[in-house]
Write a protein that binds this ligand. Structure first.
Ligand SMILES: [Zn+2]
Length: 69
């Protein structure tokens, strides 16, 4: 049987369905592809609330799991 790869993998059967569904939703937003508003390079979260560009170092404050550009 093929196992489905999902961000829930690490949680196993713990915590019940509701928190695991919430986790996968947040994880999807966190890992979504983003572009740097300055150079168009890969833009990702550096720390909680801090988002930065891998290419030019452009840094912006966002929320813990998402950023509004
Ligand atoms: Zn950039």
């Amino acid at each position: 049987m093929a196992k489905k790869q999902s961000p829930l993998k690490g949680l196993g059967a713990r915590y019940g369905i509701k928190p695991r569904k919430q986790y996968s939703q947040v994880h999807r937003i966190l890992k979504a592809k983003r572009k740097c508003p300055d150079c168009g390079g890969p833009f990702s979260r550096e720390a909680v609330g801090v988002w930065s560009c891998k290419k030019c170092g452009f840094k912006v404050a966002g929320t813990a799991y998402d950023v509004k550009l």
